[in-house]
Ligand binder design. Structure first.
Ligand SMILES: Cc1ncc(COP(=O)(O)O)c(C=O)c1O
Length: 400
């Protein structure tokens, strides 16, 4: 099934804004455009339901119901039970809370494994457990390829390891890590698994229940939704970890790791992401899992075209694989010089992109890139067109 790109773009009001006309968007890994159903739900919540939810009067009841609907439908898409999904302010805050919980549960001398491929959100909070006597082992990437090699993980695993943290794909290397295989290796050694799905989720919601990790995190503002962090915590782990919420809420799984009061409107509006997935499926005559495939096929075609063109240049280094099938369309380029001024030049050609370290400082350093210079990152999604890719490539010709 081929993507109906006109239909897709009609679901995103940004594409019809006069102020954005002619601007090709290549900073999607920083935050995507928002789909119409999410905007509609946010507007409705703020105009009709902006009261304390779960109360006795109609507006309150509807607000609470919509929040429950968001959790129920997104959990179904992710292949987990409704109460195994919780919402927090951001992925970084979610990992921070989870790290507190692990810190309280673990004993000195026990170990965790983190990578140097991750965004700092799935790295720093865990590494701080060293202050509590937890041994922190680093699963290091191959400095040439940026790859996380599973043999290196196996050498780090033993009976002292309680947790393995890694990304579904890194926001600068882009390579899709084999979550099922890594999870199986960690589980076989008796460790739990925490996957940062932030960079992968915009390209298709994973069947987390099937893949097996104990924790799977992503950020809705990068998956066409509002500014929320979504966090799957499978029941066995969620009930084992000490409650981080109010003591009287500890019996409700989805309240145990979100200590702050939730952003009601944004949680409710997350149901709009499910509306989008359902509408996408219906329009393309497929089901939820099929949506992932249709998006991926389109992205992979455009990505291979982009990678082939970039590969022909001798003034840059592509981080991560150059075969589209192995990676996400989040392409970081080492220019050997400061990337931000190049992004500024590209903006004059209607290319919205960024030059930065993207909080993946450890990955850049490991690959020999000076984080102060950063990388130029071209990131796109299923709503991007071939014409926009060509616009970006021509702009690079002009600017580099
Ligand atoms: C791969 C990855 N993980 C985690 C995060 C942090 O997400 P949040 O902004 O929701 O804290 C980001 C944000 O850019 C990211 O790209």
């Amino acid at each position: 099934m081929t993507i109906d790109i006109d239909w897709v773009r009609a679901q995103f009001p940004a594409f019809s804004q006069p102020s954005l006309k002619g601007q090709a968007f290549f900073e999607n890994a920083g935050g995507s455009y928002t789909c119409q159903p999410v905007i509609d739900r946010l507007t409705r919540f703020y105009t009709e339901r902006k009261v304390q939810p779960y109360g006795t009067f109609e507006a309150s009841r509807l607000g609470g119901e919509e929040m429950d609907e968001a959790r129920r439908r997104m959990a179904a898409i992710l292949g987990v039970e409704t109460d195994e999904l919780s919402f927090g302010p951001s992925t970084t805050q979610n990992t921070y809370v989870l790290a507190q919980a692990f810190g309280q549960m673990m004993k000195p001398g026990e170990a965790i494994i983190v990578t140097n491929q991750d965004h700092e959100a799935n790295s720093g909070p865990w590494r701080r457990l060293a202050e509590r006597g937890i041994e922190v082992r680093e699963w290091q990437i191959n400095p040439e390829t940026g790859k996380l090699e599973i043999e290196k993980l196996e050498a780090l695993l033993d009976e002292r390891v309680r947790l393995v943290c890694f990304p579904h794909c890194s926001n600068v290397v882009g390579e899709i890590n084999p979550v099922v295989e890594i999870t199986a290796a960690a589980h076989a050694a008796g460790a739990f698994v925490c996957v940062d799905g932030v960079s992968y989720a915009p390209h298709g919601f994973a069947d987390v229940g099937h893949m097996g990790p104990d924790i799977y995190l992503f950020s809705a503002y990068k998956t066409y939704g509002p500014h929320q962090g979504l966090m799957v915590i499978r029941r066995a782990l969620g009930e084992l970890l000490p409650n981080q919420g109010h003591y009287f809420n500890g019996g409700t799984l989805y309240k145990r790791f979100t200590p702050a009061g939730p952003d009601h409107a944004q949680v409710a509006a997350c149901a709009g992401m499910a509306d989008y997935v359902d509408a996408f499926a219906a329009h393309h005559n497929t089901d939820t899992r099929g949506v992932h495939g249709v998006m991926r096929d389109h992205e992979t075609q455009l990505l291979q075209h982009m990678l082939d063109a970039l590969r022909g240049r001798n003034d840059l280094r592509i981080l991560g694989p150059t075969e589209a099938a192995r990676r996400a369309p989040t392409v970081a380029l080492d220019l050997g010089r400061a990337a931000k001024p190049v992004a500024q030049e590209l903006a004059k050609h209607g290319i919205m992109t960024a030059g930065d370290d993207f909080y993946a400082v450890r990955a850049l350093e490991a690959m020999g890139v000076d984080p102060a210079k950063g990388v130029l990152r071209l990131s796109f999604t299923h709503y991007t067109t071939r014409a926009e890719i060509d616009q970006a490539l021509s702009a690079l010709d002009a600017v580099l």
